[in-house]
Design a protein around this ligand. Structure first.
Ligand code: TXA
Ligand code: MG
Length: 328
């Protein structure tokens, strides 16, 4: 191995001292994994081209994917992108929180062009997690941060997931406990005449509808460059095949259950929410897939999840995890 120190992949509880160390690493152009309320992010100084390139290298990520830039609040975002009335209303309603707004870059935008991946837009988000906010304040830079997993794999909702997926590729992982939302942010494109949903996520379409009215439909063609890589068919994939809408389960299968009535006979079962609560299910989804992704099992069977509210984002991730694997 090259350039790997014995400190590599070190997990530190996110106290003031650890946050100060993390801020120092980020200001020096290094990478730090940190908690947000959605999933853990792999952060770099978004104004530093080399640091941002380091994210792509660590994730082995296809370079056409743009990165979300994290900021403290709407004012900080306005220094980077041109806000619209819809952006004002959405930021007022949902920030800090699980909503990413894609907006035109300002002419004087200091953010690395790598974060925009060749587009003239930028995805910005103010995270709600106190550790993310303290880190932003301590380093004083906007932070580019995709989910802290290898490209195409399940997003991490604990510090241990990050260590499993990226290990020595990240020098410091700030541990802020399990993520409360557990699904990535909703990505909304505000560069067109109507807001368009690029990725369902922690804020539901109905909640967004209440603020800005109906959303434009995004048609994805197989040949076109995806507007959001969450649109690639196979994404968020565990290594075991997934079987959706399962109402029975085999002895060599793991079961992701939902609700009070669970079929018996699985090799292992995780119930996302015995009471059938979609918010609780979202928070547990990725941890369940991580836990049940065991080589000795033939498949992961998943019970039906209602296609409503956060269930849409959950089913979106499950369908991608179940899709035929495509070389990224
Ligand atoms: O919850 C989250 O969003 C997490 C945490 C760490 O903030 N981050 C995350 O990042 O999920 P990532 O890179 O795994 O997914 C970002 C999504 C991708 O689908 C990307 O294509 C889209 O946001 N995105 C970012 N900037 C964009 C842009 N300028 N145009 C279109 N899509 C963009
Ligand atoms: Mg991701």
């Amino acid at each position: 191995m090259t350039g790997v120190t014995e400190d590599a992949g070190r997990i530190r509880r996110a106290d003031e001292d650890a946050i100060a160390e993390a801020a120092g690493i980020l200001r020096a152009g290094g990478l730090v994994a940190f908690p947000t309320e959605t999933v853990y992010g792999l952060g770099a100084d978004a104004t530093d081209d080399a640091a941002v390139a380091g994210i792509f290298a660590a994730k082995a990520r296809p370079s056409f994917n743009p990165l979300i830039v994290h900021v403290a609040d709407a004012n900080a975002a306005k220094a980077l992108v041109a806000f619209t009335p819809d952006a004002e209303a959405l930021a007022a309603a949902f920030w800090p929180g699980a909503l990413t707004l894609v907006l035109p870059r300002r002419a004087d935008c200091r953010i690395s062009l790598l974060c925009s991946a060749g587009l003239d837009s930028l995805g910005v988000r103010a995270p709600a997690h106190p550790v993310a906010q303290r880190l932003l304040a301590a380093c004083g830079r906007p932070l580019a941060a995709p989910s802290a997993n290898r490209s195409g794999r399940i997003s991490p909702t604990t510090a241990a997931h990050v260590a499993e997926s990226l290990g020595a590729r990240v020098p410091l992982i700030l541990d802020g406990g399990p993520c409360a939302v557990g699904l990535e942010s909703t990505v909304l494109d505000l560069t067109g005449p109507r807001p368009a949903l690029l990725r369902p996520g922690g804020i539901t379409e109905a909640e967004i509808h209440d603020v800005v009215g109906p959303l434009a439909r995004v048609e994805v063609s197989a040949t076109e460059q995806p507007r959001a890589p969450g649109q690639l068919d196979s994404h968020y994939a565990p290594s075991r095949p997934l079987r959706l809408e399962a109402t029975t389960v085999g002895p060599k299968e793991a079961l992701v259950a939902f609700g009070p009535e669970v079929p018996a006979g699985a090799a292992a079962t995780v119930n996302l929410s015995p009471s059938g609560d979609l918010t609780e299910a979202a928070a547990r989804l990725f941890a369940a897939l991580h836990e049940l992704d065991r080589p000795e099992l033939e498949a992961i069977a998943v019970m039906p999840i209602p296609e409503e509210g956060l269930g849409r984002a959950i089913n979106d991730r499950l369908r991608r995890a179940a899709a035929p694997r495509r070389q990224l």
